[in-house]
Design a binder for this molecule. Structure first.
Ligand code: NCD
Ligand code: ZN
Ligand code: ZN
Length: 446
């Protein structure tokens, strides 16, 4: 099976170049003038469209298993395809959690026959070197450390144990992604509030104060320095936290970070207006933090954008008691259009967008044949219509989560076709070829 994309404009480095792409055997075979493309089984007219490498979202909760009422492998990867993502990395905070090689194997077995885009799996950071190795051999692409939940894995509260676990990850060459918020502080304030019947947004924000994030970032940067491991800080939400990451990086610590669209585009005023529908952790911060993250990103101080797609049922988002609201938002279908709108308004270049959403995540998570439009790379390509105008409407999401704080926002630019290994998976609103996704990992596939 071979496919040609003709007459598109290709995002190649800083340039937009009119050219054709031929994909055969699942890989990009040739990029050249349309007239010189080899014959193919299928030809896609790319006139008026821009071709970018399939995007990679390094922070996605596909849920499934016991949480499939929120999202399952099929619906989550539909949402990814519809959002222009051809590879997503799935988080381990599922039910059951992905915290052993057996559970990882079971998750991969279930996903393998259901996924519409490529999926890589995180596993929970384990204490023992043997368990870490087993999970890598079972296909874990990276490990995840939730510093915000002191009850999840009690040993995480022991810095020396964390250090030796991270040393092992360094030796294995596997990155550790971290939710950096100080869980003991969160838990202390939450418990006090619950006892006192204090359940307002204000109370929630006190428990998730910026300083608890900053302290956790500082702690994890120090661990990364001592362990010589690669640490990736998830959803950095404040100016101060980001400064801490940059300072560590400047001292030679192997630390990377991501920012989410919601922390870039929204702030605490949106949380006050939309309550649960705009509640996530870390929470939305001050307007100045959002602005400062955007500027830092444009300057190249943030490695990637990740959606933190975290679907929940509507019921879980609309509880009156703030402690009962499940934090998290669906993001796979809003991330690219929101950013393309900024490209349209000249606030970010398309080249920068591709770096943040494809090249950098591919490099940091070891997906060596992804992230670039180049002969020999995987045939994962997205065609975008830079002029398409529409309003975000969560009732149309392919995700099971039909809510978004971005509902009603006008966008200019959207993905129109998503190609995975040369198969057209998504075409203008429809999933056309199902289950073309592959498992990506260190010992499987990549
Ligand atoms: C995530 C979820 O629902 O799994 N929620 C969130 O608010 N970000 C968990 C997480 O990413 O920390
Ligand atoms: Zn998190
Ligand atoms: Zn998350």
């Amino acid at each position: 099976m071979s496919v040609n994309i003709t007459s598109a404009r290709l995002a190649l480095g800083e340039e937009l170049v009119e050219a054709g792409i031929s994909i055969r055997g699942g890989r990009i075979d040739k990029i050249c003038k349309t007239a010189f493309l080899p014959k193919a089984d299928r030809t896609i007219d790319g006139k008026g469209l821009i071709a970018i490498p399939g995007l990679i979202d390094a922070h996605v909760h596909l849920r499934d298993m016991e949480l499939s009422y929120k999202e399952d492998f099929s619906s989550g990867t539909f949402a990814a395809a519809a959002g222009g993502f051809t590879t997503v990395l799935d988080m381990p905070n599922t039910e059951p959690p992905t915290n052993s090689d057996e559970r990882l194997v079971a998750k991969i077995a279930k996903a393998r026959t259901a996924i519409n885009v490529n999926v890589g799996f995180y596993a929970s950071l384990a204490e023992s070197a043997v368990d870490l190795r087993k999970m890598v051999n079972a296909g874990a692409i990276a490990f995840k450390l939730y510093m915000n939940d002191p009850n999840l894995d009690a040993w995480h509260n022991d810095r020396e144990k964390l250090l030796s676990s991270m040393e092992e990850c360094g030796a294995l060459g596997v990155p550790v992604a971290v939710h950096a918020e100080n869980g003991l502080d969160i838990e202390r304030i939450r418990t006090k509030c619950v006892k006192a019947g204090m359940d307002s947004l204000h109370d929630f924000l006190r428990a998730h104060a910026p300083k608890f994030e900053l302290e956790a970032v500082r702690a994890v940067a120090d661990l990364a320095r001592r362990a010589h491991s690669n640490v990736h800080v998830c959803h950095v939400s404040t100016h101060r936290s980001l400064k801490e990451v940059s300072a560590a990086r400047n001292k030679g610590v192997k630390i990377t970070c991501e920012v989410t669209p919601h922390h870039l585009f929204l702030d605490s005023a949106d949380l006050n207006r939309k309550r649960g529908l705009a509640l996530m952790v870390p929470p939305l911060r001050a307007r100045n933090d959002a602005r400062s993250l955007w500027k830092a990103m444009i300057r190249g101080n943030i490695d990637m954008i990740a959606s933190d797609h975290a679907p929940h049922s509507l019921e879980e988002k609309t509880a009156r008691d703030v402690w009962k609201i499940r934090p998290g938002l669906p993001g796979l279908e809003t991330t690219l259009p929101l950013l393309l709108t900024k490209v349209r308004h000249d606030e970010i270049s398309l080249a920068r967008l591709v770096r943040l959403l494809a090249e950098n995540p591919a490099r940091i998570f070891g997906l060596h044949r992804k992230g670039h439009l180049e002969a020999g790379m995987d045939g994962d390509v997205v065609l975008i219509d830079p002029k398409a105008q529409f309003r975000i409407d969560s009732s149309k999401f392919h995700s099971k989560a039909h809510f978004s704080p971005f509902d009603g926002v006008r966008c200019v630019g959207r993905p129109v076709m998503t190609i995975v290994a040369g198969h057209v998976v998504y075409d203008r609103g429809e999933i056309v070829e199902e289950k073309r996704g592959k498992i990506v990992g260190r010992s499987v596939g990549a």
